[in-house]
Design a protein around this ligand. Structure first.
Ligand code: SAH
Ligand code: SF4
Length: 367
């Protein structure tokens, strides 16, 4: 049954919502392999067998939000809060540049105060200048006003990641407090597009109550808003959160199922969106050591190695069992490059690695 759908997908033909649900529902080992092979075939055709690195700097765990799933939500009093200063962020970005990563991502909990906005503005400007614009700069700093997005864009940030988390309004309302709004998130994604960023979004999969129909709708949403990059990953409970308290730590079987769902989502997203960048989330590795490489084999083409100072890493725990929190950045570089070459891909060192989709989209706009 699914072989007919995959044959259609290989020819680049559009799939219906029902066909996406059928692919996401596969559990048979042979059918799964066929799904992953199809996604890999399309990946090779549209974006090649190059994995791009984005060195991620987790620069602060202060957050004004209270998402029920996240370990650094503001109400979690068991977190030692930290905030890197401008020089520390700068130093880590330069480290990523010298390690030939091509791009960095600056991520943190959400803060909207002027002191923070201005600090980010200064440090982005400094990184841009010191690397002569050669280091790509992605931000992942939550919901902000269009004016803030514009200020950061003006000094050199050119990509932004803001996950929609889930497009099902009822599910969104269940996993967030009342004052966190799905509509505002969508508005932010629209602002980011208007201000000229390459926009990345994505969801968490495996949320309690989430269905395959929800996930198929999520993929169709990514298509509808014509996204350039996708960053999505499995939901993993954090024991210090309202959602995590209700879910005991995953058993090995639950980890296997969660990883499989993560890989299926990557594969189906590649099949539907073809020429975009898709990140193999670090959360995949929390479920199995080779989770990120498996993500590349199923259609992802971006990996985000951690370049945060080792001392801060344990305090940026969004979910339990986050990997590599006791390693330093050089260890991550060596370890990851070796593992990527081990699956027959090359690392796109020193390249921004924009998605072909972004270039096509902007070319069409300026033609
Ligand atoms: N504050 C910013 C960026 C940091 S959070 C923001 O929210 O956009 C980055 C991502 O971590 C979130 O989008 C969410 O999808 C993910 N995340 C948070 N808690 C998680 C959990 N328990 N399991 C898996 N992913 C989680
Ligand atoms: Fe804050 Fe982001 Fe965690 Fe929500 S997901 S609590 S916004 S860091």
């Amino acid at each position: 049954m699914t072989d007919v759908i995959l044959a259609k997908a290989k020819q680049g033909r559009e799939l219906s919502r029902g066909e996406l649900v059928a692919l996401l529902s596969i559990t048979d080992a042979a059918e799964l392999q066929a799904l992953y092979d199809c996604a890999y075939f399309l990946k090779e055709q549209y974006v090649g067998k190059i994995a791009y690195f984005r060195g991620i700097i987790e620069c602060s765990n202060l957050c004004i939000k209270d998402c029920y799933y996240c370990g650094i939500r503001k109400s979690n009093t068991n977190v030692e809060r930290f905030q890197m200063d401008e020089d520390e962020i700068f130093k880590e970005a330069v480290w990523a540049y010298e390690a030939e990563y091509g791009s960095c991502v600056i991520q943190s909990g959400e803060r909207r105060d002027e002191e923070y906005i201005a600090m980010i503005e200064r440090v982005v400007g400094r990184i841009k200048e010191a690397t002569k614009g050669r280091l790509g700069i992605t931000l992942s700093l939550g919901e902000q006003t269009e004016e803030t997005y514009r200020r950061w864009r003006a000094v050199g940030a050119h990509r932004y990641l803001l996950r929609i988390e889930t497009t099902n309004p009822e599910l969104y309302a269940k996993i967030h407090p009342k004052d966190h709004s799905l509509e505002e998130r969508k508005e932010c994604l629209a602002s980011l597009r208007r201000t000229g960023y390459q926009v990345g979004t994505g969801v968490m999969m495996g949320l309690p109550g989430q269905t395959m129909e929800d996930l198929a709708n999520d993929i169709l949403f990514l298509k509808e808003i014509d996204i350039d990059m996708v960053g999505m990953g499995p939901y993993i409970p954090h024991s210090g959160t309202p959602m995590g308290k209700e879910i005991p730590p995953y058993t090995d079987e639950q980890k296997r199922v969660a990883l499989q769902l993560g890989l299926k989502m990557i594969a189906v997203t590649r099949i539907v969106l073809k020429d975009i960048n898709i990140a193999a989330a670090t959360a995949l590795q929390a479920l199995e050591y080779t989770g990120r490489e498996q993500g590349l084999r199923c259609g992802a083409n971006v990996i985000m190695p951690n370049v945060t100072e080792t001392e801060y890493r344990p305090n940026y725990t969004l979910y339990d069992n986050k990997p590599c929190t006791d390693e330093n950045s050089s260890m991550c570089r060596g370890c990851l490059s070796g593992r990527i070459e081990g699956i027959g891909e090359t690392v796109g060192f020193n390249e921004w690695g924009d998605s072909p989709h972004f270039h096509k989209r902007t070319k069409t706009v300026s033609d």
